[in-house]
Design a binder for this molecule. Structure first.
Ligand code: GLP
Length: 264
């Protein structure tokens, strides 16, 4: 894993966007895996700016989102569908037919929906670059503790903590979704490259467990230790509990010098 410690959230967002843009310029039909969380908002804003001011072209990019709440119609303001259009898709030139977001409302037919989604990823040739955030308990996608490290796309029950963490934005008194449809850890690990973003002190514990803890289904982000091309891009607050910060910084400087392609 390459651990990139940025000064602050703005630098995390800029670096992430620079890496995504580099991947698109190298491969205009990039198959891009996307995540919806407040952490990604700055990266999306920067990508939109690059589209407007630097002619970054998304017309051939194919996207696959990680997850969606079960039971929320796509047009609900807190659905990941709405989040993605509001923050990104409405402002760039990705044709709608190239956008894939799991469907959370097909009651009773989830197994089929999940199988189709995995099949669409396979037909597209697999995901070239998967963007991830990290939950406070160390989950990626909605792979809550005890998710199999070999899991595929499926419905997951959310923990009470995740439900509380994600409450912001839902009206007070409004029933929160209790389950989500999510790519599995096995699905995520098949992406050719992975870029996980983390920002803020509230993520420090999860980031340290993911990077330096044992590989365990209790902290599903730790499965990224098994991936051969994962970059962990965090700000100083989210990196606070890492034991080997200095080493990561010198390893990054060496990577820049010897194998800059590794950083896009
Ligand atoms: C949800 C999403 C994750 C995301 C996490 C953190 O659980 N399923 O993909 O990483 O929230 O979100 P935030 O970036 O808002 O802290």
């Amino acid at each position: 894993m390459l651990v990139f410690i940025a000064q602050n959230y703005a630098e995390v967002s800029r670096e992430a966007a620079r890496m995504v843009a580099g991947a698109i310029r190298r491969r205009p039909d990039l198959r891009l895996g996307l995540a919806s969380g407040s952490t990604q908002v700055g990266m999306y804003q920067e990508l939109v700016r690059m589209h407007r001011e630097e002619a970054l072209d998304f017309s051939r990019v194919v996207t696959f989102n990680l997850d969606e709440y079960v039971g929320l119609p796509a047009e609900h303001p807190q659905s990941f569908h709405s989040f993605m259009f509001r923050n990104f898709f409405d402002h760039v030139n990705i044709p709608k037919k190239q956008i894939h977001i799991p469907e959370g409302t097909l009651r009773g037919n989830f197994d089929e929906t999940c199988a189709h989604y995995e099949e669409a990823i396979r037909r597209a040739g697999g995901i070239d670059l998967q963007i991830l955030g990290i939950g406070k308990d160390g989950h990626i996608g909605f792979n809550e503790p005890a998710s199999s490290l070999a899991s595929r796309m499926r419905v997951k029950t959310l923990t009470r903590r995740t439900i509380q963490d994600n409450r912001a934005g839902f009206a007070s008194g409004e029933e929160m979704p209790r389950a989500a449809i999510t790519m599995g850890i096995g699905t995520i690990l098949e992406a050719r490259r992975i870029l996980l973003l983390g920002a803020g002190a509230r993520k420090a514990r999860a980031v340290a467990l993911a990077v330096e803890g044992p590989v365990t289904a209790s902290v599903t982000a730790s499965a990224l230790q098994l991936h051969r091309d994962a970059t962990i891009l965090v700000d100083r607050d989210a990196a606070a509990n890492l034991r080997h910060k200095e080493y990561y910084q010198s390893a990054l400087a060496m990577t820049r010098k010897l194998t800059p392609g590794r950083l896009w």
